[in-house]
Write a protein that binds this ligand. Structure first.
Ligand code: AMP
Ligand code: ZN
Ligand code: FE
Ligand code: FE
Length: 289
């Protein structure tokens, strides 16, 4: 099997369906040799992920996906890769964001209950480890047969126009970048095409955030065609940004994102793994580069 990488995945510590250990196992089975666990706003799964990766003989790159302040009213996610999960500043930012997400989660559940949907947010959250998101509610609505799919849950109850996609306060870009750097990591703009800017404005956006300290951009992503990917890559090279690639795998409910694969089904090549991250993660895992 061709060796590949995947620098963007979610476990059940945010809104993925697999535990960190099961995710590591699934990644190894797909030929992923370099795997980053990048849960939303939490590092809670990294220890379990690292232990499983070590058992399986693959290299885990510790990561996080921080929701930062919107850019021109569009959700903006920043990936921190190669971070130290024990860094106090990073842990404190994640703890704050997790707390806000938990309050928001309960508030969304209360609103749904107002509409006659019986969902016990408190009970759900008590058994939940990590930072909860809307997908957890969507999964619950599928499980109790209120809707047939996650898509339907978003269309009917949780999408941005539903009135239930409650905002929560997010760190600004400067704080997020500073925190990732303080924790020894590199900061990458996640899935830049999901901001839906035209090409000129995508380049302006990437230049602006590079000038504010962002190190790289996620060029390969399962939500982007390989042709569009090439345009982003050309911009990244013009701006001297590092390049990364990941599937944004969430497990069940997001079948278009396949672990270790590009949108065309091919393995994500190691050219999407920056040398710096490769060297650092190999050293930390006691492996030859
Ligand atoms: P949250 O972080 O709680 O605001 O949830 C955002 C996440 O919800 C995104 O990262 C997506 O994975 C997921 N999401 C947003 N819109 C949809 C949708 N229409 N269908 C399925 N998943 C969605
Ligand atoms: Zn997610
Ligand atoms: Fe994201
Ligand atoms: Fe993601």
């Amino acid at each position: 099997m061709l060796v590949c990488c995947d620098l963007h995945t979610h476990s059940s510590c945010s809104d993925g369906s697999l535990s960190p250990a099961d995710l590591a196992q699934a990644a190894a089975a797909k030929g992923v040799r370099y795997w980053a666990l990048t849960d939303h706003d939490t590092v809670d799964g990294l220890r379990e992920g690292a232990e499983a990766a070590a058992r399986l003989g693959i290299v885990m790159i510790p990561g996080v996906e921080i929701s930062v302040e919107d850019y021109e009213n569009r959700p903006f996610h920043l990936l921190g890769l190669g971070i130290d999960a024990e860094n106090p500043l990073l842990k404190s930012l994640c703890r704050r964001q997790t707390e806000k997400r938990r309050r928001r989660f309960l508030e969304i559940c209360a609103r749904l209950n107002h509409r006659g949907i019986g969902i016990d947010g408190q009970k759900l959250i008590e058994s939940f480890r990590g930072a909860p998101g809307r997908v957890l509610i969507a999964r619950t609505l599928v499980a109790d047969k209120t809707v047939r799919s996650i898509e339907e849950a978003f269309a009917a109850y949780l999408g941005n126009s539903s009135g239930n996609a409650l905002p929560f306060e997010k760190p600004d870009l400067d704080e997020a970048v500073r925190t990732i750097h303080e924790a020894g990591g590199l900061a990458f703009a996640a899935h830049p095409l999901s901001l839906n800017l035209n090409w000129d404005r995508t380049e302006i956006f990437l230049k602006e955030i590079r000038d504010r300290g962002v190190d790289g951009v996620e060029v390969a992503h399962s939500g982007s065609t390989v042709t569009r990917q090439r345009y982003v890559e050309a911009i990244a090279r013009r701006l001297n940004l590092l390049i990364s690639g990941g599937s944004d795998f969430h497990g069940e409910g997001k079948p278009q994102a396949v672990l270790g694969r590009l949108s065309n089904g091919k393995p994500i090549p190691l050219s999407f793994l920056p040398d710096l991250l490769k060297e650092k993660s190999c050293q930390e895992n006691g492996k030859k580069v």
